[in-house]
Design a protein around this ligand. Structure first.
Ligand code: C5P
Length: 222
């Protein structure tokens, strides 16, 4: 399919999820949360007691992932093997496990076509780490969204507090830095801006400011 794609890559906690949802809703485009696919693979592995370093077994899990995304956008519900996994995939443990399985080439390969299948008219907003560098290399607009690690830890802290979870800011910062290091240093599809990506630092920007900026950029490019 040659529908347009807006890729939004960057480290965890930079606001990619929220921004991608809002931009997709504003444009009426489809949405791919690629991190959810890695999280679901990790969750399915834990469920079926597959060790997180058994690459061939994890690739089979990824290839045969029984996932249904019910409605896109704000209240997107995801079913794994028929069961609601919407909140279960959002824990730090599953995020950590996801970044481990995501470092395995066979797992990434197994999820490649499934991600490309999300590209449909009128367009797609694709959120992840390698959307612009690997999955949709021909995307007309590629964004690399960042924010300082301290700001990302602060945002995650707020988010967790609102959800009634009490986490320490310093341990969140450590987790974020460990995840960044793993995502940037892996040999397959490491986290980095595509050469033709526009980098947007959101440390001092509000969510509506970022959404407006991306919509402007798309209009300029479109
Ligand atoms: O974005 P999210 O935090 O949901 O992603 C979870 C993990 O999945 C990331 O830490 C990263 O290791 C991995 N991931 C990836 N490639 C993507 C999206 C996510 O490797 N396109």
């Amino acid at each position: 399919d040659s529908a347009p794609v807006l890729t939004i890559d960057g480290p965890g906690g930079a606001g990619k999820g929220t921004i991608s949802r809002l931009v997709a809703a504003r444009l009426g485009w489809h949405l791919l949360d690629s991190g959810a696919l890695y999280r679901l693979t990790a969750l399915a592995a834990v469920k079926h007691e597959v060790p997180l370093d058994d690459e061939p077994a994890l690739a089979r899990i990824a290839a045969s992932l029984d996932v249904v995304f019910l409605a896109e956008g704000e209240s997107a519900t995801v079913l794994l093997e028929g069961q609601d996994a919407t909140t279960a995939i959002r824990t730090e443990q599953v995020g950590d496990a996801a970044s481990r399985v995501a470092a395995l080439p066979a797992v990434r390969q197994a999820l490649l076509q499934r991600q490309r299948d999300f590209r449909k008219a009128p367009g797609l907003v694709a959120d992840g780490r390698d959307m612009g560098t690997v999955v949709f290399t021909d995307a007309p607009l590629k964004i690399f969204l960042t924010a300082s690690a301290e700001e990302r830890a602060r945002r995650r802290h707020l988010q967790l507090r609102e959800a009634g979870v009490d986490a320490s800011l310093s341990s969140l910062l450590k987790e974020i830095q460990a995840r960044d290091a793993r995502d940037m240093q892996r040999s397959v599809a490491p986290l980095k801006p595509a050469i033709d990506a526009i980098t947007l630092d959101t440390t001092r920007l509000t969510i509506p400011e970022v959404v407006d900026r991306l919509t402007e950029l798309l209009t300029e490019r479109g």
